[in-house]
Design a protein around this ligand. Structure first.
Ligand SMILES: [Zn+2]
Length: 136
């Protein structure tokens, strides 16, 4: 019923431009892509964080799979995989740290953090792919 102060009922949501980090209140339209000031896709902050968090968890599971593989391999393979796992875990930690930092940020801070996360994600994905190739 509203508060009677004349405010229109809105479903405005805080979006952020993935490119420049500018925040904007927009009406949320399910299923419709919101274009940002830079002509890029605009994301809801919570969604971006949620998505990255999910992705990191998936990678964490993949790292665990590598560890299982290491347990089955020869001593030589075990050492090689262990080395890989340590490096991957380090990258994961970095990405998780960035993700925690980003939640309270906007503007320039958001921009550099989101770029950092995307880069960390891409690096991690590639490292993961290489590790999987090596230890097939
Ligand atoms: Zn922008």
């Amino acid at each position: 019923m509203g508060c009677g102060c004349g405010e229109p009922k809105s479903n405005m949501t805080k979006y952020v431009c993935v490119k420049c980090g500018k925040e904007e209140m927009r009406e949320a339209r399910p299923g419709e892509e919101v274009k940002s000031c830079c002509g890029e896709k605009m994301v809801k902050k919570e969604e971006f964080i949620e998505k990255m968090d999910k992705q990191l968890k998936e990678w964490g599971a993949q790292i665990d799979l590598l560890k299982v593989k290491a347990g089955k391999g020869s001593a030589e393979i075990k050492i090689a995989i262990d080395k890989e796992v340590v490096a991957l875990n380090k990258m994961m930690k970095e990405a998780q740290k960035k993700l925690q930092e980003i939640s309270g940020k906007s503007g320039e801070a958001w921009k550099s953090l989101s770029q950092g996360i995307n880069k960390a994600g891409a690096d991690l994905k590639e490292a993961m792919r290489q590790a999987a190739e090596k230890f097939k």
